[in-house]
Ligand binder design. Sequence first.
Ligand code: AMP
Length: 206
Amino acid sequence: MQFESLNLIEPILQALKEEGYTTPTPIQAQAIPIVLQGTDLLGCAQTGTGKTAAFAIPILQLLSAEKLYGNKKKIRSLVVTPTRELAIQIAESFNAYGRHTGLKNTVVFGGVGQSPQVAAIRNGVDVLIATPGRLLDLMHQGHISLRDVEIFVLDEADRMLDMGFINDVKKLLSVLPKKKQTLFFSATMPPEIVKLSSSILHNPEK
Ligand code: AMP
């Protein structure tokens, strides 16, 4: 299978070509059509399988259908991931695959000053990639509104639980809009993860 057969828009196909990607990985081939049709997704995949592109590519395509400009941009997709390293990698993927779409993203994580992150958000972004603690901090300070989020990604859910982020995740879920598409990724599926996923997802494809 080639990326051409996944009904992707030209600006994304062009970026994938520039990245040197020709063939989708198995999780990409399975997940991209599901996400494009607006369905919730439960993805069981480790880092290294191409899972970042499996959600970043269809999110960029869905957001491209309605573009907003400048500081009118709203956070329409939120990706929450447990570590700063993962957050940075995910932002790089959105930059790479989205470079011809005009969509903007930024990344927030703790342990560094918040001013540049706040300034980036104020400039307007379509996609926010965040670790849970700093995200909640900035939200409580009024710098981030999540009321326009249409697509929510919970990445590495099992690590999130291991690192003690469960309460942060629950707080986030309580402020996110009820009506949204949710993509849930975990490398392992222990019972707590299955329970968490079924409390978050609506009729997901696996
Ligand atoms: P991930 O599992 O998302 O961390 O991705 C692992 C690595 O595979 C990253 O360095 C990607 O740039 C690369 N990658 C992802 N999808 C593809 C693809 N379809 N073809 C070639 N490389 C890819």
